[in-house]
Design a protein. Structure first.
Length: 730
């Protein structure tokens, strides 16, 4: 019990972030009044990011969806009336049955991603429901699929070092990670490593503040990371700096890699990346000789049309220099393979019909809704996502969502952009109101979240929503009656967490012991080797694939290669002449995708949708700091406020996001500009392969945009904060 009757309860941050923080939730009279970091958790260390520090605003937002609602006005108008759960379920089940009877199950498409990273509410009862229905399967590719595929091709698993061990390495390449905005608990590790004598190099086309934590910053052109890595390999192999013992014992394909690296002298890599050849040579020698070393890699670089190969190139470097020999060394892109939750028990793929239904790539949602036939998508069920704001090629997505014959169901916490296009909306609980189990793709702690407050209104978690919908559809299989307690046990059965807690048990008894432990202790660190590839890869022969036959079979270069981004001076010279700025759209400091973009304090901090321009680019276009600009390409346009700063090199524009369209001038955010073209591996997204032009607007248009933004934000900002004033500070 805290001061003034405040209770302090434990929770876990559910959001799509490396850190998966342990939280302390301060509750007073049934309301969340404050959220802080748990000082007892080894990686959370008692602090949270600015976003989660305002989580109480999200829980009690005026935008909360608290009751089922049915549309009564035109799509996109936001006109709804409250209905009962029974009425909403009957209506939804009836419409779904009509669609399945007429078009087949594949006419129904689920759309979800990582609105919560909780194991149960991310994927359990929902997957059972859609498998049983025979719905189209969703390819969940929007974030990590290309990089994951690269790791699987190279190592056979998605594992990396324990981040807590990084304090002991002597060189850290922070490659494409925005530590200041998106991985804040990496920062203390970098500081401590430097205090102990480590060198930190930040490699990123966006000078986002992380460079201040580093000894050296390098700024490659967007989408050229593979060329930089190949230039490093050339120097390492030409100068005999590789770890020959490790390479001979634990890899296959070194001669093929050697031949490829010969094609990439530093001068060639410099011409592609924009980094001087001397700096590439220096980086390569530093990386090969300063040991132990680790590459802390981020996901931004693989959100290009060549992104899978970029991660593949980085993944080869630690094998070449033997960085996997040491605790804390190697490459950390993802530790998600450490947890081994029992996905088959949770998701029940055996419920699917034979042959398996088609798969639709989530980044091609606009195409699926506007052109797909045989059968067409006639029903869309959205949860854990806000596709009207986050999906690429936004204009095409909105065109599809506006279809009068498309039946759209949304289960959501807040009235988002997507809700405006729904036919039925159901209320969802926040993390503070339900139970879930959590892993991390960075640290190695399995964590249990339990409710801090009772559900608000008539909100229910995803698990209960799909239980109710399954019952309304007449599904009688016992698995649709499994409780959340039962789902927890099913997830834990055979998992790494259960094996850590109770290695002397197995099966159900082991899962029950693990759940008891988590309820008492809140988290457990997995009992996992700190150096996952010290003895080779997770293939039958144990060899790390410098040459991959599986890649060759998939039509990919079996070694590694740099291919220019599909939208770039090299990849599309005609397009580049029309749109000579490369736009990247990383996360904003105060937003996480579109999750926190409606909260008053965070909106006030961001102030306006922004684009950073290099002073040289702004000067030739006659654009001043703080002025409205039109950013456009063949896919669409967005109106943003220009921030003139040395955040990127000439030719590169940066627009941190993501604003809701509802709150953006013109009703659209930067995803009106992004492509739904797929990356080179696993259908991944290519948000950052994006050529645009930026132009000033007239004084009259600027005044109208100021007025429009003020109107859209009316009543949403803290008292005394103007909507159209200064843009956000760096």
């Amino acid at each position: 019990m805290g001061d003034s009757g405040t209770q302090v309860k434990s929770a876990v941050c559910p959001h799509d972030c490396w850190d998966t923080c342990a939280l302390r939730v301060h509750v007073q009279d049934g309301r969340v009044v404050r959220v802080t970091g748990d000082p007892d958790h080894p990686t959370t260390r008692g602090f949270v990011c600015v976003k989660v520090g305002h989580y109480h605003e999200r829980v009690h937002s005026p935008d909360r969806v608290l009751y089922p609602m049915r549309r009564v006005g035109p799509k996109g108008s936001g006109q709804f009336v409250r209905v009962s759960w029974d009425e909403a379920l009957r209506y939804t089940a009836g419409r779904l049955r009509e669609i399945v009877d007429r078009y087949g199950g594949e006419a129904v498409l689920p759309y979800s991603y990582c609105g919560t990273m909780g194991v149960l509410n991310y994927g359990s009862m929902d997957r059972r429901f859609f498998h049983r229905l025979g719905a189209s399967r969703l390819g969940r590719t929007i974030c990590s699929s290309a990089g994951k595929a690269a790791l699987l091709y190279t190592y056979g698993d998605t594992l990396g070092p324990d981040p807590e061990d990084m304090v002991n390495v002597r060189l850290i390449l922070v490659w494409g990670v925005n530590v200041v905005h998106s991985a804040v608990h990496q920062a203390p590790i970098l500081r401590e490593a430097r205090r102990r004598g480590a060198t930190v190099v930040h490699i990123d086309p966006y000078r986002n503040g992380t460079e201040k934590l580093a000894d050296w910053h390098l700024s490659p052109r967007p989408g050229t990371d593979a060329a930089l890595a190949l230039g490093m390999m050339h120097v390492i192999l030409a100068e005999g700096l590789e770890d020959r013992e490790f390479v001979e014992a634990h890899t296959v394909g070194i001669e093929a890699l050697r031949e490829r690296a010969r094609e990439w002298p530093p001068e060639r890599a410099a011409a592609v990346t924009g980094i001087p050849a001397a700096d590439i040579e220096r980086l390569a020698r530093l990386y090969a000789t300063r040991k132990p070393s680790v590459i802390r890699a981020g996901y931004g670089m693989h959100r290009h049309t060549n992104g899978g190969m970029a991660i593949r190139a980085l993944a080869l470097l630690p094998a070449l220099v033997g960085a996997w020999r040491h605790p804390g060394g190697g490459l950390l892109l993802s530790n998600s393979g450490s947890y081994r939750w029992n996905a088959a028990r949770l998701e029940r793929p055996d419920l699917m019909p034979t042959p398996r239904p088609r798969e639709i790539n989530m980044i091609r949602l606009g195409e699926a809704l506007t052109t797909l036939a045989d059968p067409p998508v006639m029903a869309l069920v959205v949860y854990n996502s806000n596709p009207a704001a986050v999906a690429p090629n936004q204009n095409r997505v909105l065109q599809g969502l506006m279809r009068e014959d498309l039946f759209t169901v949304v289960h959501e916490q807040l009235f988002t952009d997507t809700c405006r296009y729904a036919d039925v909306i159901f209320p969802a609980t926040t993390q503070m109101e339900h139970t879930d189990l959590h892993s991390s793709y960075w640290h190695l702690y399995a964590m249990l979240n339990e409710p801090a407050i009772a559900p608000l209104g008539e909100a229910v978690p995803n698990t209960e929503f799909f239980r109710r919908l399954a019952a309304a559809m007449g599904f009688t299989e016992p698995c649709f009656r499994d409780s959340d307690e039962e789902l927890l046990l099913q997830a834990l059965e055979g998992s790494a967490a259960a094996r850590t807690v109770a290695p002397h048990l197995e099966g159900r008894a082991q899962a029950e012991a693990a759940l008891r432990y988590l309820r008492e202790h809140r988290w457990v660190k997995l009992d996992r080797t700190p150096v996952p590839f010290a003895e080779g890869a997770r293939f039958p022969d144990g060899k790390i694939r410098l040459f991959s036959e599986a890649m060759a079979a998939a039509g990919l270069d079996p070694v590694v290669q740099y291919v220019p981004p599909a939208e770039s001076a090299e990849g599309a010279p005609d397009l580049y002449r029309r749109y000579p700025l490369h736009l990247i759209t990383p996360g904003a400091h105060h937003f996480l995708n579109s999750t926190f973009s409606n909260l008053p304090s965070l909106l006030a901090a961001e102030a306006a949708p922004t684009v950073y321009l290099n002073p040289a680019d702004a000067r030739v276009r006659g654009i001043g700091d703080g002025e409205w600009v039109r950013v456009h390409n063949d896919r669409g346009e967005a109106y943003l406020k220009a921030r003139i700063a040395d955040r990127s090199d000439p030719g590169v524009a940066v627009s941190p996001g993501l604003w809701w369209g509802l709150l953006s001038p013109g009703g659209q955010n930067v995803n009106s500009l992004t492509t739904d073209r797929e990356a080179d591996m696993a259908g991944g997204a290519a948000f950052h392969t994006n050529l645009v032009e930026v132009e000033p607007v007239s004084p009259e248009k600027a005044a109208a945009l100021d007025a429009e933004l003020a109107e859209r934000l009316r009543g949403r900002l803290p008292p005394g904060r103007a909507a159209a004033g200064a843009v956000a500070a760096p």
